[in-house]
Write a protein of this length. Structure first.
Length: 175
């Protein structure tokens, strides 16, 4: 039987959060919950902050979960509910390549081009954000992660190769 586990996987757009969360979910046999699928409506408009907080409060009241993503502007309210936070921080060039590959996938595989009923948009906004805001993003997250009490373990991973993700899952299992 799986231990009670509450895990949040966070990192920049294109860092490999979803891949990491999927592997951990499968290896640890925990339900996977996508933040984006709960925080956007069908027109890709972000739901109001209070609605997001209510949704996340309900989701995080469960006994076991892996959350794919967390917005830093609401993270302080929820991150302490996790047993483990996995922070994905990869090389900036790999990060940009991941975003471009995702965009190309949206173009060449339109049948897989929906997410929560929305047509995925082909924009380079996130690519620019990765380049322009990377250091500010990591500073904000470091403040949040450093403020956590000893009840929440922080695991930082620097690549999303399968070998690393499986080792991370094994490490979590051994905790």
């Amino acid at each position: 039987m799986t231990k009670t586990r509450k895990i949040i996987v966070c990192g920049m757009s294109g860092s490999g959060k979803t891949t990491t969360a999927k592997v951990l979910s499968a290896e640890l046999e925990l339900p996977l919950i996508s933040i984006d699928s709960n925080c956007f409506d069908n027109d890709w408009k972000k739901k109001p902050r209070e609605e997001i907080i209510n949704i996340l409060s309900h989701i995080l009241s469960g006994q076991q979960w892996i959350i794919d993503g967390m917005y830093w502007n609401i993270a302080k309210e929820f991150i302490s509910k996790a047993d483990i936070v996995v922070f994905v921080r990869i090389n900036v060039f790999k990060n940009i390549i991941n975003i471009i590959k995702r965009k190309l996938n949206h173009i060449f595989h339109p049948s897989e081009d929906t997410y929560i009923g929305n047509k995925k948009r082909i924009r380079l906004k996130n690519t620019r954000k990765v380049c322009n805001n990377r250091s500010a993003y990591f500073k904000k997250w470091n403040i949040i992660l450093n403020e956590l009490d000893n009840q929440t373990k922080v695991i930082r991973i620097y690549n999303t190769k399968m070998k690393t993700l499986l080792k991370t899952a094994e490490y979590i299992k051994s905790e």
